[in-house]
Design a protein around this ligand. Sequence first.
Ligand code: PGA
Length: 250
Amino acid sequence: MRRKVIAGNWKMNMLPNETIQFIEDLAPLVKDTEHEVILCVPYTDLFYALLTAQNTNIKIGAQNMHFAESGAYTGEVSGKMLKSINVEYVIIGHSERRQYFNETDETVNKKVKAAFENGLKPIVCVGETLEQREAGKVEEIITNQTKLALEGLTNEQVENTIIAYEPIWAIGTGKTATKEDANDAVKAIRKKIAEIYGQNVADGVIIQYGGSVKSSNASELFSMSDIDGALVGGASLKVDEFQKIIKFEQ
Ligand code: PGA
C-alpha cells in the first residue's frame, strides 16, 4: 500500500520566528503519525525550519529552484544550494509559478531533472484551468503535463517523484474538486505513468490532490483509491487545521 504524504505549501507567508513557533507547536501533535509530513516554506525560512524540525518527523521542502547549478541568474536559488543545507523536497511547477513566472513544461522538466541530480525529491504540480475542465480536456491536459514533466527520468526517479494534481480553479478559492473528480484525475495520471514506465512504477508513485484541502474534506478525499495525500496551501498556515488534516482518521 502507498503511504499518505501531506505537504504544506506556505507560499509567500510566514517569517522565521513564526516558522520556529509553528514547527515547535506542530511537532508534538504529529509525532506518532504514520503519514509523511512535509512543510514547503519560503527560502528565508528554510534554515530555521530545518533546525527546528531536527529530531522530529517533519520534513522540509522548498517551493521552487533554478535548474542550473550556479551562474549569472540574479535572484535565483539552485538545487545544489538547497541540498547544501539539507532540504529534502522541492515543489516544482506550481500553477502560480506557471501563471505568474512563465514556468513551462520545459522548465518544469529541467528543474525535475536538476532536483534529482542534486538529491532532492520533487513534488511536481499539474492541473487544468476552469476553461479546460469545461471543454472536457482535463485528462488530456494533466496527462500531457505529467508526461512532459517526467520526460527523460529513470523508472527509479519517477517512483521517487511526488505528483500533486491541483486543479487551478480549486486553488485558494474554497472550491474543492469532488472526491470522485479528483480521484478520476489522479487515476488518469497514474494510467499515463503506467503506459510510459510500467504498472509497477505507476503503482508506487505518490499522487496527491491539492486545492482547498481542509480538515473538513481531507478524510473523504483521502478515502479514495488513488489519492495519496494532499498539497495544502491556506490550511497549512494554521497548526490546528494542518494537524487535523494529518490526523484525518481521528
Ligand atoms: P490551497 O492551495 O490549499 O490554498 O487551495 C493549494 C496549493 O496551491 O498548493
